[in-house]
Design a protein around this ligand. Structure first.
Ligand code: ATP
Ligand code: MG
Length: 405
């Protein structure tokens, strides 16, 4: 089809009062970045709608694919432009509808006439176009209520616009519109889903991962890079900080009574995450914790762990069931990666019976025998940072890993 442009509807963004312009500009920027691989497209952002003018109509499929995961888009429609001439309108309409019908489809025409000088009124337009299209295209059944194909025909002074598809967008708010947060990203199922939910609310994320070589392998690190790259499909790019955590875990193992090691480990992770967060200027920490899932995820435990910082710790999954989280992981393409069997630094050092109701004064007392400040400084200073995009790992030839996919 000879599409001329794509029309974008904003959804929630349009209800945001004074911030509206900022949201719209952010969305425009995000779309522009996401489409950077295509022929230079022009994007025009209005108060209610945005138009992407296509340079090369053949790219429409590729562009549609890129638009689907962009937050802040309610729905969008590829649009064909014709001259204000009835014969031409009818021909294009038939061609457009034909390109969308597989076998059978319910159908109606909805004409709007902004250009009152056009010789036919709305009813006449509806009648003329639908009878022509029904004649030309097989398998159509007229249906006025919720048809599968609604051919919207807008007659304007500069021309006539036809669209027959309303493709659902990802909803939510454009990433970057709500500042930035630091996601504690393990290789598990939960934290990637937590990151997804934050991005959907317009929050840009940076990821922080703790690893403990040689107890955790190169593959487990690679798995987290791959998860980050997958999440970057929503935002274009994500910064990943990889923190060496072995020395701290060993110190905890040595000094802290076994049933408190898990609590202490989490506290140290959170302290480090908070320092990295501060350096990167993000405003909150995000985890994949869900209430009651494991020993560290009781309210008592959260209280003892959370006590190391006053920074907001956001837990988007806190009330969700595991089955629902798994569904989300499948939807966002992280499930298959997360279930790969590589060990995590926490699972390796997990005690047989972690305290489910740790006491804050006790854990603080045990920790007082180690100079954690020094170890934490060292971990922060030797943290490796890289930026991942959806394509980063496609170009890498990591032999031991590529065989897994
Ligand atoms: P996940 O599925 O995200 O691994 P989980 O159910 O296994 O979560 P825990 O192991 O208790 O739960 O971890 C709770 C949260 O702590 C994780 O969701 C994540 O945000 C953070 N976390 C755990 N391990 C790491 C790690 N190695 N690096 C960074 N963050 C981590
Ligand atoms: Mg885990």
């Amino acid at each position: 089809m000879n599409y001329d442009r794509i029309l974008i509807r904003y959804g929630e963004i349009s209800t945001k009062g004074k911030n509206r312009n900022r949201f719209i500009n952010q969305l425009k920027l995000n779309i522009k970045e996401s489409l950077s691989g295509f022929s230079a497209v022009k994007i025009e952002a209005g108060r209610d709608r945005m138009h992407i003018y296509l340079q090369n109509p053949e790219e429409v499929e590729g562009i549609i694919k890129r638009l689907k995961p962009i937050f802040g888009i309610q729905s969008f429609s590829p649009v064909v432009k014709t001259a204000s001439d009835l014969t031409e309108i009818k021909e294009h309409a038939a061609k457009l509808v034909a390109s969308l019908v597989q076998d059978q489809a319910t159908f109606k025409v909805s004409a709007r006439r902004a250009d009152k000088s056009f010789p036919l009124d709305t009813n006449e337009l509806n009648r003329e176009i639908s009878s022509y299209v029904l004649n030309q295209v097989d398998g159509l059944i007229v249906e006025m209520k919720n048809p599968e194909i609604e051919l919207v025909t807008e007659v304007r002074e500069e021309g006539v616009y036809l669209s027959a598809q309303k493709i659902p967008g990802a909803g939510g708010m454009p990433i970057g519109a709500s500042n930035k947060a630091s996601l504690m990203l393990s290789g598990g199922l939960d934290s990637p889903a937590a990151g997804y939910f934050m991005m959907k609310r317009g929050v840009e994320i940076e990821a922080i991962h703790f690893h403990s070589p040689p107890f955790t392998s190169e593959q487990s690190k690679q798995k987290v890079r791959k998860l980050t790259a997958q999440l970057a499909g929503y935002s274009g790019r994500i910064k990943l900080h990889i923190v060496p955590f072995t020395a701290i875990q060993q110190a905890i193992q040595k000094q802290v009574p076994e049933n408190y090691t898990m609590t202490s480990t989490r506290r140290m992770m959170l302290r480090i995450a908070d320092l990295i967060r501060e350096k990167s200027g993000s405003k909150a920490i995000v985890t994949g914790e869900s209430l009651g899932q494991v020993a560290s995820q009781t309210l008592e435990s959260m209280q003892a762990i959370n006590a190391v910082t006053a920074t907001p710790v956001l837990r988007p999954l806190v009330t969700m069931d595991k089955t629902d989280i798994i569904e989300i992981a499948k939807e966002i393409g992280t499930y298959e990666l997360s279930i790969l069997p590589y060990e995590d630094c926490c699972t390796i050092f997990t005690p047989a019976a972690p305290k489910t109701k740790p006491k804050l004064d006790k854990v603080a007392f045990y920790e007082s025998f180690i100079d954690f400040d020094l170890l934490i400084d060292e971990a922060v200073n030797t943290t490796e940072t890289e930026i991942l995009t959806p394509n980063t790992l496609l170009n890498e030839s990591s032999d031991e890993f590529s065989g897994l996919f």
